[in-house]
Design a protein around this ligand. Structure first.
Ligand SMILES: Cc1cc2nc3c(=O)[nH]c(=O)nc-3n(C[C@H](O)[C@H](O)[C@H](O)COP(=O)(O)O)c2cc1C
Length: 399
């Protein structure tokens, strides 16, 4: 096991990870209604630690009430009550397994939320609506953008206070930073439109000045929009991203406009219509029309699942990057992890659904021979994020 590169330490600028297998940010739905994380997080992270996971990225945590997701039980990191609750979770996990690195993913949803969840107007980089959320979006004023920068910095300062080992800034999946990076949503005529990287740069520089925390980024290398993010554009951003001197960048894909392209796999529609509050309020007749007509049209934009679906983008970025690169998406076998690290030269990998399915997946990987995740990418865990249920695998009995 020690001779295997996936189990060799990953030395980054401000942190050394004990191995190169990282639990990707996976939304837990385990906070209370105010966004205060509950002891369910402790149970989950202890279970992952017991199963060998040494690097755990939390599900996305909001930086402010305005930036909350539509899901009812998203955790936040924007006030002292939440800091205290996180502190208890971190203390409990670290007393159980001191070598566990806990990394919090911080996020503002921007246009990808609903005012029913935030009790505030939905604000984004511009007024362009997300066709999935269908909310009116008010563009942030220049002064408000500066306030958002401060909120990310405060969130990171809070994360340090709580005892997190690092922070991951969510720049992917169509959330607020993605909205600034993408010409599809960033049509601003102020400095944040002239320089689409300025918002991210100010956040990273602010966090560096305010904390000692190692910084990870998660970026979508494409997002299905004609004038959106694509690999050449993202690669053209790379000199600036390198200049930020963050610890590592995780390469992902997509935005909520076509949410299934972020994760790929099955698209179980019935649970979406039943549990997702964007759909379950519809009259049954409307849901029937959606299922039998609209969904078939919408499905034309879905990209089929294949294993390692972000690897080519990540490997291309790696060829020009001075910053260590991690890849997420469809990694299901031990031999694939070997291939990504040994043959494609990436620095590490992140796994989401395999850990939902098998919290002891790292221990299994440490065993001899080929190991294959039991996850079938059925995506019930994904669509049930939108229910009131905490994260779990639905392939069998509750795990
Ligand atoms: C249930 C679920 C929740 C997720 N929540 C988040 C999240 O909070 N933040 C994030 O950046 N990605 C999130 N993702 C995406 C994963 O981090 C990961 O990038 C994606 O699922 C591909 O990896 P996988 O094939 O190993 O599942 C989520 C995925 C799933 C399945």
């Amino acid at each position: 096991m020690s001779g295997n590169p996936m189990f060799s330490p990953l030395k980054l600028k401000r942190i050394t990870l004990p191995n190169r297998i990282i639990r990707a940010a996976t939304f837990e739905n385990m906070a209370d209604a105010d966004g205060v994380p509950t002891e369910k997080f402790t149970e989950l992270y202890k279970k992952l630690a017991a199963g060998g996971a040494r690097n755990i990225i939390t599900g996305f945590a909001h930086t402010s009430r305005e930036g909350r997701a539509m899901q009812p039980f998203q955790a936040g990191i924007n006030d002292s009550v939440k800091v205290e609750a996180w502190q208890q979770i971190i203390d409990a996990v670290k007393s159980y397994q001191p070598e566990t690195n806990l990394i919090i993913q911080i996020s503002h949803t921007g246009r990808q939320t609903i005012s029913r969840a935030t009790h505030m107007p939905v604000k984004g980089a511009s007024s362009i609506r997300c066709t999935y959320f269908r909310q009116r979006v008010t563009p942030l004023t220049t002064d408000e953008v500066k306030e958002k920068v401060d909120e990310y910095i405060t969130a990171a300062r809070n994360a340090q206070k709580a005892g997190f080992d690092a922070v991951q800034i969510h720049c992917a999946h169509g959330y607020l930073i993605h909205q600034f990076l993408s010409p599809f949503t960033n049509n601003r005529d102020d400095e944040y439109g002239n320089d689409r990287l300025l918002f991210l740069r100010q956040i990273v520089e602010g966090i560096k000045a305010a904390t000692r925390l190692p910084i990870f980024l998660k970026i979508s290398a494409g997002d299905d929009r004609q004038r959106g993010l694509n690999l050449p554009l993202v690669m053209s951003y790379w000199p600036v991203i390198d200049s930020l001197e963050v610890d590592a960048v995780e390469i992902s894909y997509g935005m909520m406009e076509v949410a299934f392209n972020i994760i790929r796999g099955d698209h179980p529609l019935d649970p979406v219509l039943k549990h997702n509050s964007l759909f379950n309020r519809y009259h049954p007749a409307l849901r029937w029309i959606f299922k039998h007509f609209i969904f078939h049209w919408y499905k034309r934009s879905f990209i089929n699942y294949c294993d390692l679906y972000n690897l080519e983008n990540a490997a291309r970025i790696k060829t020009i990057s001075k910053t260590p690169i991690l890849v997420t998406g469809g990694i299901r076998k031990k031999s694939q992890i070997d291939f990504i690290i040994n043959k494609r030269g990436l620095d590490g990998i992140t796994l989401s659904r395999p850990f939902v399915c098998e919290p002891d997946f790292v221990n299994r990987l440490a065993a001899d021979g080929e190991v294959v995740s039991r996850c079938t990418s059925c995506n019930l865990c994904t669509v049930m994020c939108d229910s009131k249920q905490p994260l779990r695998c639905y392939q069998g009995p509750a795990k």
